[in-house]
Design a protein around this ligand. Structure first.
Ligand SMILES: C[S@@+](CC[C@H](N)C(=O)[O-])C[C@H]1O[C@@H](n2cnc3c(N)ncnc32)[C@H](O)[C@@H]1O
Length: 234
């Protein structure tokens, strides 16, 4: 019901939609006082049971599928020594992981949720990583000031040339299934009853409309590598 109301209102006013989205993410930050949630994406799982997986330490293992989605997204580009921005960095787990393992020169996480940025600034302390509040539609960045922009499940960009498109729906569905019990446990621990259904839908746990539309193929989960068009210098 909450989701249907959200969808109906969001269709009428994009700015009200942004306001609702931001409020929703601010609420999620407040629900997780124990700081158990550092990733908020659907995840990615390989489909070949014999393929080797990335090595993660014990603390990272719990977020394996979310981390694998980051690895899938950044695989096209060598980020080492680059200036990188993540738009919609959420609870910062991805920006932290990239900084630690892929060694960009700088990594800036940007999110329109003030509480998410406050959380990240308190939680992460590692050279080269910083967090700034900002809206993807009006990024606080100078022209040509970054080498790569990462965006996972936060904002649809336009005006960029698509150099690769991958349909990873099956990988995402597999990850949703493998990570389902952990997400249900977190929701049971942290969510007041009134927000339970909406949070299950947001997390796409089994049985929700979001999960079912991916599973049936009615919705597709796409990943893109995009390049900014080069302007000719005359
Ligand atoms: C589903 S979460 C994903 C967070 C993170 N990328 C991850 O994978 O864990 C989406 C995040 O994008 C942020 N977001 C959504 N729309 C945004 C916008 N227009 N500008 C900046 N941040 C935005 C939300 O506040 C939220 O933290």
């Amino acid at each position: 019901m909450l989701k249907l109301t959200f969808d109906a209102v969001a269709r009428v006013s994009p700015s009200f939609r942004r306001f609702l989205m931001r409020s929703w993410y601010e609420t999620l930050v407040m629900l997780d006082r124990e700081r158990d949630i550092t990733f908020m994406n659907y995840g990615y799982a390989g489909l070949d049971p014999d393929a080797s997986e990335i090595t993660l330490n014990d603390r990272e293992q719990v977020n394996r599928y979310c981390i694998q989605l980051y690895h899938h997204v950044v695989a096209a580009i060598d980020l080492s020594g680059k200036d990188v921005v993540e738009v919609g960095s959420g609870r910062g787990g991805g920006a932290f992981h990239i900084t630690r393992y892929l060694k960009p020169r700088s990594m800036v996480g940007i999110d329109f949720s003030r509480k998410a940025i406050e959380f990240c600034r308190k939680y992460y302390s590692i050279d080269g990583l910083s967090f700034t509040q900002g809206d993807a539609e009006n990024l606080p960045l100078g022209d040509g000031s970054v080498d790569a922009v990462i965006n996972l499940e936060s904002f649809k960009d336009s005006g960029l040339r698509v150099v690769r498109e991958n349909d990873i729906t099956l990988n995402v569905v597999r990850a949703l299934e493998l990570d389902n019990d952990r997400k249900e446990r977190l929701i049971a621990q942290k969510c007041p009853k009134i927000l339970k259904r909406a949070t299950q839908e947001f997390a796409a746990v089994k049985g929700t409309r979001t999960y079912e539309t991916f599973k049936s193929g009615h919705s597709r989960y796409l990943s893109f590598v995009l390049h900014k068009e080069q302007r000719a210098i005359t």
